[in-house]
Design a binder for this molecule. Sequence first.
Ligand SMILES: NC(=O)c1ccc[n+]([C@@H]2O[C@H](COP(=O)([O-])OP(=O)(O)OC[C@H]3O[C@@H](n4cnc5c(N)ncnc54)[C@H](OP(=O)(O)O)[C@@H]3O)[C@@H](O)[C@H]2O)c1
Length: 261
Amino acid sequence: MRLGFVGVGAISEAVIEALLTGPNAADIEVVLSPRNAERSAKLAAKYSKASIGSSNQNVLDQSDVVFMGVLPGQMNDVCADLMFRADHTVVSLIAGMPPSTVAGIVSPATEVVQMIPLPVIAMHAGPLVICPGNTAMVKLFEGCGEIVVLNDEAHIFILSCTSAAMSTFFEYQNTVINWSASAGLPNDIAHKYATSLFKGLATEAMATPFAHLPEMPREHETPGGLNEHIRTSLIKAGMFDEVTKQLEHIYVTRNRTKKSD
Ligand SMILES: NC(=O)c1ccc[n+]([C@@H]2O[C@H](COP(=O)([O-])OP(=O)(O)OC[C@H]3O[C@@H](n4cnc5c(N)ncnc54)[C@H](OP(=O)(O)O)[C@@H]3O)[C@@H](O)[C@H]2O)c1
């Protein structure tokens, strides 16, 4: 399968790294757009299966699947200069632009998929949203992270709000790490212990059925113990009510303006 990338920026690079170090690497060739020149040259030097096309159109002409990795505001202009083929599969990495909108600008191609990767896909980790669940794309990305198939594009926006909890997670984690260090743990131990703790908890949560999730807080604390003290104090302080309130706030206000980040 020949995969073309128009717009080789931060997220395309992470996706290319994932694919070319993933379980299907032997079956693919990657053709990169001349932009970003530095990044494309770096990837072509690193991987024998990656080459640079002479223009965006040349990338399309050599590809079965075209990944669009430009910024949202550039997508219309870039596509206006391109001739897609009916047999192209177009994978849009563009945030805030649903597949039905992309389909309107990549005609005559009709097989259009939106993917929402995170930079950590380069390490074959994190969620990879694929909407709709194109069979060939789901198979291509097996082993490159946790594939989350959405068949209703209206659900993409809910996931955008969910992913807005990311930086808050780091703030919480940093608070724990910094307190441990300030209490006397060496920085590297504070870092290693807390990140491993949260990674272990996330692994456990992923293996837990949805119906059992409400039990997890109590299962991870002793009545009257330290965990219970912190959790109930934060509940009393309104922290979790505030998380729900702010998720609802961005869902309602951003949905109105159709913006995302
Ligand atoms: N970063 C993330 O975590 C993330 C996650 C999910 C989705 N996304 C989406 O992915 C897209 C790219 O984001 P990014 O963070 O990777 O941005 P980025 O690093 O700025 O990448 C954009 C790339 O597009 C290139 N470009 C601009 N005009 C072009 C043209 N006419 N032809 C070919 N390439 C062109 C730029 O090249 P120059 O540098 O030469 O201008 C740059 O390499 C965005 O639409 C974003 O919504 C990003």
